[in-house]
Every structure is written in C-alpha cells, then in structure tokens.
Ligand binder design. Structure first.
Ligand code: C2O
Ligand code: CU
Length: 544
C-alpha cells in the first residue's frame, strides 16, 4: 500500500523497571508476546512480536558497576507469524515440534557465556523445550564494560531473521558517572533511534517473502525458502513508518542503531522543502561521540555520510541551533544490496532514501547548556606489536544443496568456508591479542560481528595482498573510516577488501573483563547469519 509520509511522530521507546532483586541485584522480567501495534496512521494495526508487547522493546537502563539479572520469558504463540524455511539447519532444529523458539542476545555485551544468548540456547513458551546449549533462565549481565549503546535481540538458530523482523529487538543503555558529568545533551534531548525497513500487506500485516523474487528462483527451491537478503520498502523508525521528529533549535544526542535485517544506511541530514518534496541544501553534520563499544576519545565530525551496517550503532550529537524553523530530511543513499561505496556507478537498486523528517522549532524551551567536550574518555590503543596470533578469515560465496547462494566464513587453510556445526576454528586464549584479517571474496559488503569483544580497526587494503607475509605494513593501509574510531563490535567488509582488526580477548587496560567460553561470530545481515554465515568463537582460559 502507498502510505503518506511524515504523518506520525517518532515515538520514544519506554523503559522497563525491575520486578525485584536477585542476589542483591535488580531483577527484570521481560516477556516476548504477540500484540497488535499501529505502525502508521493509515495502516490497520499490525501483528508484531514485542518484548513486553512493544516494538521496539522497552529500553533497559543499566549502570556500569551494577550487575542485573534478566529473565527473558517466551510467551509467543505456538506457530510462527512468518514463513519458516525448514531446510535451514534441519538436522539440529526440531521444526515439527510445537512452539516458537527464541533466545535473547545482548549485542555488544561483555557477558558470561551462559547468558550470551547462544543461537542454540533457545527455548519455547514457558521453557517447555530447550535447545542443546540452553543453560539458565535468568541471564546475568555484569555491566562492567564502558558505558555505551547496546541492544538486545532474538538470536534463535535458523529463525533469527524472522523473529527480529517480527519485532524482537530493543535498546540496552549502559551509563556511568563520568559520562553523566560530561555535560552531553540528556533527558528529553537524548533520543535512541532504531532504523529498520519493513514491508506491509494492505491489511497492515507484515510482509516477508516466502522465497526469492528475482533472485534466480528455481523450481528446486523449497517452499518457503530463505532469501539472500531482505529489503523492505518502508522506513520504520522506533516502530513508526516514515515518522517525523520535532526538535528545538539546540543540541541533541541521538543513539542511532541499524536494526534492519540486511539493509545498510548511509546517512546525512539535508534541508528539505516539504511542499516541493525536494531537498534544498545541506543540514547540520553529525558529531560522533561514541561507537559500538563506548565513547570515543575525542568527538569526530562526520564530514560525509555516516555508514551503518546492520547492528552498527553511532552515538552522535547534532546541533540544530542554526536551523530554527527549517525542516530536515534524514537521507539515506545506500543502495541495496550494498557494495561499500557511494559512487555514482552503483545502481540504486531498492533504495530507501527517505528515513525520517526533522522539524526544527523556531524557539528553544530554554538555554542549551549542553556541550561536547574535546576529551570524552581515554581509549588505550591496541598496537600491532601486541599481536600474539593472526587469522586470515575469508568471506566466501558458494551455493547450497538447492542451488541458492550460500555465504560462509572460511579460514586460511580452508577457504571453501565452514558451516556453523563444523569443528571450532576460532579459539583464542583469554589475555591474547589477535589480528583478524577478514577478506571479502564475495560480491557484496558484509557487516561482521564478534560477540563478547570490542575491537579496533587497524585499516584496509585490497584482498590481493600477500596474507602469508609475516607482517602487514600499517603504512600501506587505508585508514579506518571516521565512524570506525574507538571500540567496534561490527565492521563492514566491502568486496575486494581485507579489513584488519586488532582484537584483544579479556580485560584490557582496566576495560572489559575476562570471560571464557562459547560465543559466536557472524555476518549481521540476518538472512546470512541464519543461512550458515555464523561460526563458534570459543575463548579458552589461559593455561596455568
Ligand atoms: Cu546482534 Cu550475534 O548478534
Ligand atoms: Cu553477510
């Protein structure tokens, strides 16, 4: 259906309160439920799945140094809302048994492995059935990492794309005293924004394809069949379709999250003439203050576009004071699928250029006393000299038994790629620093995510470098992009590129903590993640 744009205000997600304490720490209970929610003024209510019945879910507000427990409850119906492809991981998923499987992962959380939301730690309604890696009902989040924007979302094996698309995602914001004292915009001037793309049927229901359209569909494909990537035609921000946000002419802090299944966003603010429906000039720039894993050492003005691959966060301040009385468009020029540049030679396939409108009021409610300090925090650099172990990790494209594109994660000695259930190949030792060189041998960009750790981007070069060389030459690399400073947990790898990451496992200079056990790493395009572009990441204890 054709929907009028800019008729709804951007909602702010609610917050959730603890129901009591457990072992002296706040204890939360959050239920996944099916509910009807109005996504757009002119669309009948949509059946969605929401944490505590909300899409997006309620925000968990946590404090550094104060652990919490969360009981994630499954109150979902007996059957799935969206088309399940039962050929995906069919040997390890009981598709024919009743109940929708779910498990919640705190993305970016430096947490113990039993609480990490392993894809096979799923459980059905009231924990009636549990997956092979299920260990506990009450998840423990120690919250001793630097303050940052985390998010929680479903991570259930083989159906994460469907569960997240149905609505199972929410913010988790970790704060501390140091950050509160910086004087950044706060309270009503700090807004989390989750960008997603969805498609709708006329009756308001969510549309998710039952198989590939124009993706080389073949008689031999199962019905329903997983698709290579999903791109919706409607921009949804904080659960509303094509909304508008009203701001005062002053500074705001936006915690931006790409919560889409596959789509990349390449964002900028442009001045917009609503009557003409045209952009008429540049808008204010984004000043980035934080990345996935916390504050940057210094603010970075994003000159050009801010790129957000699936699950990437950017903590930005925008100063609207010079734009009183204007309307701005949050504009996206990332094509779908995405190849990593914004060059004109890219065909704008399935673009989603209009994300949301911003109305800047003529006057402020009061003086803007917020500021962006020149020094935000201290970020110790991980240098190349610290590296104990190197990994060359190619991203490869094959086809599966049905002839469908299959993207896998490989290793130096086996570049044909590994399946999720193949023996573990990434098993670093806690305390070690590793160089992960991720080489994209496929034809599209992939946002690669490591659980548990935050890493620094050393730089990029072309894949035809000699990966057997003992040392890479840091001076020969392209620098990290402006929005890749500080601590990342998702990095975009463009076709033909190798990106070198410095990853320290365990505590580092008083930051993060020593966790060991079984985690995962994967492509965060969820259609890829579900279809085997995910591998174990096992952090081993230091040998005595
Ligand atoms: Cu946000 Cu394993 O993912
Ligand atoms: Cu991918």
């Amino acid at each position: 259906p054709e929907l009028d744009k800019w008729v709804n205000e951007v909602p702010r997600p609610g917050t959730v309160e603890p129901i009591g304490t457990k072992n002296g720490h706040p204890y939360y209970k959050v239920e996944t439920r099916e509910v009807e929610q109005k996504i757009h003024r002119d669309l009948p209510a949509t059946t969605v799945w929401g944490y505590d019945g909300q899409f997006p879910g309620p925000t968990i507000e946590a404090q550094q140094g104060e652990p919490i427990y969360v009981r994630w409850e499954n109150k979902l119906p007996d059957t799935h809302l969206l088309p399940e492809d039962t050929t995906i991981h069919s040997n390890i998923i009981p598709y024919d048994s009743t109940g929708v499987r779910t498990v919640t992962h705190l993305h970016g959380g430096n947490v113990e492995d039993q609480s990490d939301g392993h894809a096979q730690a799923w459980f059905t309604q009231d924990f009636q059935k549990t997956g092979p890696k299920f260990e506990k009902k009450d998840y423990y989040y120690v919250n001793d990492q630097p303050p940052t924007t985390l998010w929680y979302h479903d991570h259930s094996l083989g159906i994460t794309r469907l569960n997240v698309y149905a609505g199972l995602a929410g913010f988790y914001i970790l704060r501390n005293e140091h950050e509160r004292n910086l004087g950044l915009p706060e309270g009503e001037y700090e807004i989390p924004l989750v960008f997603q793309d969805r498609s709708f049927n006329k009756d308001g229901s969510l549309y998710y394809p039952t198989g590939p359209e124009n993706q080389g569909k073949d008689e031999s494909y199962p019905e329903p069949s997983i698709i290579t990537q999903f791109f919706g035609d409607v921009s949804v921000v904080n659960g509303k379709a094509w909304p508008r946000l009203s701001v005062e002419p002053r500074k705001y802090r936006f915690r931006m999250l790409n919560g889409a299944n596959s789509r990349y966003y390449n964002l900028t603010l442009l001045e917009y003439d609503e009557d003409l429906g045209e952009t008429i000039g540049d808008g204010p720039s984004f000043v980035q203050i934080g990345n996935d894993g916390g504050l940057l050492s210094n603010p970075v003005e994003i000159g050009n576009r801010l790129e957000l691959g699936s699950s990437k966060r950017a903590d930005v301040v925008v100063d609207f004071s010079e734009y009183a009385g204007t309307t701005l468009l949050l504009h996206n020029n990332a094509p779908a699928k995405y190849y990593g540049t914004t060059e004109e030679d890219q065909e704008p396939v399935q673009p989603l250029p209009e994300i949301m409108l911003v109305d800047v009021k003529n006057t402020s409610g009061g003086a803007d006393v917020s500021q962006i300090p020149e020094t935000l925090t201290q970020i110790p650099e991980i240098s190349l000299d610290l590296v104990d172990n190197k990994r060359y990790l190619p991203l490869v494209q094959l086809s599966d038994d049905y002839g469908r594109p299959l993207f896998l994660l490989g290793t130096e000695d086996d570049q044909s790629g590994h399946r999720l259930t193949d023996p573990t190949t990434e098993a670093p030792t806690v305390g070690d620093t590793e160089l992960w060189s991720i080489a994209n041998l496929t034809g599209m960009s992939h946002p690669i995510h490591l659980h548990l750790v935050h890493f620094q981007v050393l730089g990029r070069q072309s894949i035809d470098y000699d990966s057997t060389e003992d040392n890479i030459n840091p001076d020969g690399l392209r620098d990290p992009k402006p929005f890749e400073q500080g601590w990342n947990d998702v990095v975009s790898v463009d076709p033909g590129d190798v990106v070198h990451l410095l990853v320290h496992f365990g505590e580092y200079e008083g930051l993060f903590n020593d966790q060991t056990g079984e985690y995962m790493w994967h492509c965060h395009m969820i259609e890829h993640e579900d279809h085997d572009m995910m591998r174990p990441l096992e952090v081993l204890p230091a040998s005595a």
